[in-house]
Design a protein around this ligand. Structure first.
Ligand SMILES: [Ca+2]
Ligand SMILES: [Ca+2]
Ligand SMILES: [Ca+2]
Ligand SMILES: [Ca+2]
Length: 349
């Protein structure tokens, strides 16, 4: 316990040292970069929180993919998907981390509280093929099998963020466990399709998601929880002025295929700063880079095999980063029970 207290205090001291005082909520990927920060006037609807990928519990031949955006929606707050940008699931199915299938979702401006959504599939650099079209808030059939839905739901992510940051007088050793995301909603795109429509000659695929602005520029990307938030150095600020290169933004605008070359040093250095020896740091860096979810479409297990809704990814990553010194944030599950059928996520608060 003494060791845990020491490491925790040391980790928190490091964290406080690294944190810019701009009120960013570092989490799975919620508000990960200043240009996505609502307080700075950033595009909240293009800020990715989380990506999920798992075998359908109701049909073993189906794969479920989810992308959550719009962090920290309060109950009753009316929030929409971007109608100027778009959302993409990038699937690699031949092991080179270069996407072979893109599933693109685009939304119209809201009318009467609803948006029209179109799902297009793009194979390689080919032409888009429309797979689905319908309204937010309804299940929409997908051509070739499966269904999709886009709506506001309970945020499925759970984490004692204040204890991690050492904010609100909290730490991992106190007796007050609080899920920072309890009671908050988020905007979610849920897609369930037959695995045969996304896999290649083997059963392994990788997935990452990205958001694009109105000019088609990549704004945010995410797959493994907390890679950008935990390992990439934040901006340093003098007053409100950012100093030097915005590494978190650069990470978001880069491609996973280049991750080990571009970000390997950054992640290894962060792990050494967290107290890991260089060899262990290098091994862990090769687990979290490239930042894609790797998934056997026949395997019902969870993270690091894809990511299921209930997987305690924070505990798994705390163990990985601290070598077991901090085994848990003591938040074992979401504040709402997940559904056992499509769309699997819980109704909004
Ligand atoms: Ca994000
Ligand atoms: Ca590929
Ligand atoms: Ca929740
Ligand atoms: Ca936990």
């Amino acid at each position: 316990m003494l060791r845990r207290a020491f490491v925790s205090g040391w980790l928190l001291a490091l964290w406080v040292l690294l944190m810019p005082s701009v009120g960013i909520s570092h989490a799975a990927d919620h508000r990960d970069a200043p240009n996505l920060n609502l307080e700075n006037g950033g595009p909240r609807a293009l800020d990715i929180n989380d990506v999920y990928l798992f075998r359908s519990p109701t049909n073993a031949n189906n794969v479920v993919m989810m992308l959550t955006v719009n962090p920290l929606i309060a109950p009753g707050e009316v929030v929409f998907f971007s109608s100027t940008g778009s959302y993409e699931f990038k699937i690699d199915n031949n092991g080179d981390v270069v996407p072979d299938i893109t599933l693109n979702l685009a939304f119209t401006a809201p009318r009467g509280g609803k948006q029209e959504v179109r799902l297009n599939r793009i194979d390689g650099n080919g032409q888009p093929v429309q797979l689905a079209r319908g309204q937010t808030g309804s299940n929409i059939a997908i051509r070739g099998g499966g269904q999709m839905r886009a709506d506001v739901f309970d945020d499925p992510f759970f984490f004692d963020l204040d204890a991690f940051r050492g904010t609100a007088g909290r730490n991992f050793n106190d007796t007050n466990q609080v899920d920072f995301f309890k009671g908050f909603n988020t905007s979610i795109m849920v897609i369930e399709v037959p695995r045969a429509t996304v896999k290649g000659s083997t059963n392994t695929i990788t997935l990452w998601c990205r958001t694009l602005d109105s000019l088609g520029r990549q704004v945010d990307r995410m797959a493994i929880p907390a890679v950008n938030t935990a390992f990439i150095r934040p901006n340093r600020f003098i007053g409100n002025a950012p100093q030097g290169q915005d590494l978190k933004r650069a990470f978001n605008e880069s491609q996973p295929v280049n991750d080990r070359t571009a970000w390997g040093n950054e992640v290894r250095n962060a792990l050494v700063a967290f107290g890991r020896d260089p060899n262990t740091a290098a091994a862990i860096a090769n687990v979290v880079l490239p930042d894609v979810l790797t998934f056997d479409v026949t395997n019902a297990g969870g993270f690091l095999n894809g990511r299921r809704l209930a997987d305690d990814v924070i505990d798994i990553e705390l163990n990985l980063i601290t070598g077991g010194a901090i085994p848990t944030d003591s938040i074992p599950l979401n504040d709402k029970q997940f559904r056992n059928q499509f769309p699997y996520v819980a109704a909004p608060h």
